[in-house]
Design a protein around this ligand. Structure first.
Ligand SMILES: *Cc1c(COP(=O)(O)O)cnc(C)c1O
Length: 340
C-alpha cells in the first residue's frame, strides 16, 4: 500500500532501530534516563530555550502547555482550524476547563490585529480572562502552509503587552523551517512554549517534546505525571528522536518537492476543482461536485493508495520518509488514471 494518510505512518529505518537498540536507559520518572535527558537537552539547545520535556504525543504536549498557561474559565485564542481545537478530543475543555475564542483567517493564519481585537477586557467581570494565544506551524488543515515570521513577531508583541502566553503547536515546525530557510532559535525566542513532534515527518515511532522555560517545564512535568504520561525506560524511544533530529531534518525538502509536483499534477486533472498551494509536505485538494468522495476514496484504496478526507469533497495526501521515488511514481500514475 502507498499510505499517504499522514506522515505519522512511517516505520523506523534500520539505522534508527540500531540507535534505539544501543540506548542507555534508566527510570525517567526519577529523571534517570540519560538518553531522555540527552534528547531534552539537545532539543532545548537547538531552540535556544531553557528546558524540554519528552512526552508520548503532540496532543499531550499541546494539552500540557494549555494546562500550564490557563486556569479553569480562562480563554484561549486560536484558529477555527487549529489542531488543539478540532483534533484533540475537546481537550481544552476536558483537561483545562478553558473556553476558546476561534479566529478565522487565511488557511488558519490570523493577524496580530485580530488577536488584539479578541482579548477580553480584564476589568469587566462578564468576560472570561484571555490567557493564551495558540498558533500552528505548519498549519495542518490549511494544507501545510507556513506562517510569516513577521506576523508571529507582531502577535508576540500583542501577547507581551497583554500578559498572554504564546504557544506554538509545531507538530510540523521542521517542515516550515526547511521550507522557509529559518532557524529553530528564531522560534525559540518568540514563544513561551513550543510543541514539536518527532513522530511526523521526522520519522520516529513515538514522541513529542514540549519546550519552554525551566519553570514552565517543571510545571509541565507534574501535569504529565497526572495525565499518566510519566514513562520509565523511555530512552529507547528518545534514541529514535535523537537519531531523527540528527538525520531526518534536511531530507524534508524531498517530501516538499514531491508534494509540489503532486499539487501541479492534481491541478491538471479534470476531476479536481481546486488544490491548495503545497508549501511543505501536505497536499489538500477538492474534488469536483460531480465526483462522489466515497467513489474516489474507494478507487484509491482499490489501486493501493490510502488517503483520508479532510471535510466535504476534501482529500489530503501527505508526503513522508516512506514514500520513496518508486512509490511516488506509482501514486502519480494512480492519480492520473482516475476517470471522473
Ligand atoms: C499530529 C498533530 C499533532 C499531535 O498529534 P499526536 O498524534 O497526538 O502526536 C498536533 N498538532 C498538529 C498540527 C498535528 O498535525
Amino acid at each position: 500500500m502507498i499510505d499517504v494518510r499522514s506522515d505519522t505512518v512511517t516505520k523506523p529505518t534500520k539505522e534508527m532501530l540500531e540507535a534505539m537498540m544501543q540506548a542507555k536507559v534508566g527510570d525517567d520518572v526519577f529523571g534517570e534516563d540519560e538518553t531522555v535527558n540527552a534528547l531534552q537537552e539537545k532539543a532545548a539547545q537547538l531552540f535556544g530555550m531553557e528546558a524540554a520535556l519528552f512526552c508520548s504525543s503532540g496532543t499531550q504536549t499541546n494539552q500540557i502547555a494549555i494546562k500550564v498557561h490557563t486556569q479553569p474559565g480562562d480563554e484561549v485564542i486560536c484558529s477555527e482550524l487549529a489542531h488543539i481545537y478540532l483534533y484533540e478530543g475537546g481537550g481544552i475543555a476536558f483537561n483545562s476547563g478553558a473556553s476558546v475564542r476561534l479566529l478565522s483567517g487565511d488557511r488558519g493564519r490570523f493577524t496580530a490585529q485580530q488577536v488584539s481585537e479578541n482579548i477580553n477586557k480584564k476589568t469587566d467581570v462578564h468576560f472570561a480572562l484571555t490567557r493564551m494565544v495558540g498558533v500552528e506551524n505548519t498549519m495542518n488543515k490549511g494544507g501545510g502552509c507556513c506562517w510569516d515570521l513577521n506576523e508571529l513577531k507582531r502577535i508576540k508583541t500583542v501577547c507581551a503587552d497583554n500578559g498572554l502566553a504564546f504557544h506554538l503547536d509545531g507538530a510540523r515546525l521542521f517542515n516550515a523551517l526547511v521550507a522557509k530557510g529559518e532557524q529553530p532559535a528564531q522560534y525559540g525566542n518568540l514563544f513561551d512554549t513550543i510543541s514539536i513532534c518527532l513522530s511526523k515527518g521526522l520519522g520516529a515511532p513515538v514522541g513529542s517534546l514540549l519546550l519552554g522555560t525551566r519553570s514552565h517545564i517543571e510545571k509541565a512535568r507534574r501535569i504529565r505525571k497526572v495525565l499518566g504520561g510519566g514513562m520509565r525506560q523511555a530512552g529507547f524511544l528518545a534514541a529514535a528522536g535523537i537519531y531523527a533530529l540528527d538525520h531526518h531534518i534536511t531530507r524534508l525538502s524531498e517530501d516538499h518537492q514531491k508534494a509540489k509536483a503532486l499539487e501541479q499534477l492534481l491541478a491538471s486533472q479534470n476531476y479536481v476543482e481546486t488544490v491548495l498551494p503545497a508549501e511543505t509536505n501536505v497536499v489538500i485538494f477538492k474534488l469536483g461536485d460531480h465526483i462522489a468522495m466515497e467513489t474516489f476514496l474507494n478507487y484509491l484504496q482499490n489501486n493501493g493508495v490510502k488517503a483520508v478526507s479532510m471535510g466535504r469533497q476534501l482529500i489530503r495526501f501527505v508526503m513522508h520518509l516512506d514514500i520513496n521515488n518508486e512509490l511516488f511514481e506509482r501514486l502519480c500514475s494512480v492519480v492520473t488514471s482516475f476517470e471522473g
